[in-house]
Ligand binder design. Structure first.
Ligand code: KG4
Ligand code: ZN
Length: 368
């Protein structure tokens, strides 16, 4: 593609779940990315009382916040709307109310400034983030673990993905959130469980390692959740030390499971791409904040000769910089969808359209 087209300035919008976000990202003549601004408003406080995301509350909060966030993103970037080359908005998968808010706003801006609109798959945003932060070459593996997604994806190129694994029931973040709820630790559960586990004895409760040894790299977490409930019930009423021990045992079971499942994927990658000299595993999603899980994966990668990339947390969790960047990658490859102005948001939108649907779905199965 002509060098001129490497110089792009894109406004990104994200509203698929419980973060409202806007960002401006540019690429210079050499194609290098610069995050000009990246503003995120989390709705955690709005949903905390319910122990999870309430779609109606989320949609209303997006409506209230989005315009102001877009303005803030433009101001932070010192950019005027007419300088923008394109608008990229998440158009799925996710909660449809929020998607409508983001996509309609993006359509209106694109129409006013007469520039292209890109409807971006949220999962593609996560998948390409490592190229925004680390200039990583294709192909590589992505482990996406958040409140809504648990997937291992082979990233072959822009728009070219193979989903190698998914959860057959709950998402991993959901398992953390449900465990925290059961132990009355608060929401979101992941950071609470991690903190409690520090004071716990991981050997007191031995929980199942779901799918361990299974030939596919798929995940399952609902059995683990049930085992946690049974353990808590068997010693109720529980005190702080009991909760800490349960959390430590739970987290160790997750770490063992992830090690086993991801190991399968690393082996498969090596078989498939024996000539890739520097294979890489990228992690994304809120659960990637967990230190024990990070260290487990880092050690596994070292053993298998993979580099381990964990983008800064702000870019690992939901944000609009990743959406703007996916827009830039698509524009550069000539992959912008010409019908974007008339397409509707998709609550379900697998990154790999050929991937088999698996039985079962979690509370937020649309994204898992
Ligand atoms: O990516 P994210 O911010 O939002 C979406 O789900 O899309 O991920 C949030 C999830 C929640 O389930 C939260 O409990 C989990 O990430 N999480 C963690 C940690 N921090 C956040 N899970 C385990 N350990 C953590 N430190
Ligand atoms: Zn996400």
């Amino acid at each position: 593609m002509a060098a001129k087209n490497n110089q792009l300035l894109v406004l990104g919008i994200e509203s698929s779940c419980d973060e409202t976000a806007a960002a401006v990202v540019s690429s210079d003549a050499s194609g290098k990315a610069i995050i000009r601004s990246n503003v995120v408003l989390s709705q955690i406080a709005d949903h905390a009382a319910f122990g999870g995301v309430v779609p109606e509350i989320a949609a209303r909060a997006h409506v209230e916040a989005l315009d102001g966030l877009i303005e803030a993103a433009l101001t932070d970037a010192n950019v005027k709307l007419d300088q923008i080359d394109a608008v990229a908005a998440t158009s799925g998968p996710g909660l449809v109310g929020g998607l409508i808010v983001g996509l309609m706003t993006a359509k209106a801006i694109a129409a006013v400034i007469g520039k292209p609109l890109l409807g971006i798959n949220h999962l593609e945003g996560h998948a390409l983030t490592a190229r925004l932060t680390d200039d990583l070459a294709f192909p590589y593996l992505l482990l996406l673990v958040s409140g809504g997604h648990t997937q291992i994806v082979l990233v072959k190129g822009v728009g070219a993905y193979e989903r190698w694994a998914t959860t057959i029931d709950d998402a991993l973040g959901e398992a953390f959130d449900k465990t925290a709820k059961l132990l009355a630790l608060g929401y979101p559960g992941g950071p609470m469980v991690e903190e409690a586990a520090k004071a716990g004895d991981p050997a007191r409760f031995v929980f199942p390692r779901p799918m361990k040894g299974d030939k596919s790299p798929n995940f399952s977490f609902s059995g683990l959740k049930t085992a946690v409930r049974q353990a808590a019930n068997s010693i109720a009423p529980i005190d702080d030390q009991d909760a800490a021990d349960i959390c430590a045992g739970f987290q160790l079971a997750i770490a063992d499971t992830l090690r086993d499942r991801v190991k399968r994927a690393l082996e498969r990658f090596k078989e498939r791409f024996p000539d890739v000299a520097e294979p890489a595993l990228v992690v994304a999603g809120g659960v990637a904040a967990n230190q024990q899980l990070r260290e487990t994966l880092r050690a596994l990668c070292k053993k298998y000769g993979f580099s381990f990339l964990a983008p800064p947390l702000k870019l690992c969790t939901d944000n609009a910089a990743m959406i703007a960047w996916a827009g830039i990658e698509r524009l550069r490859e000539g992959l912008a969808d010409e019908n974007a102005m008339t397409t509707a948001p998709r609550s379900r939108w697998p990154l790999d359209e050929d991937a088999q649907a698996l039985i079962g779905s979690g509370r937020r199965g649309a994204k898992a």
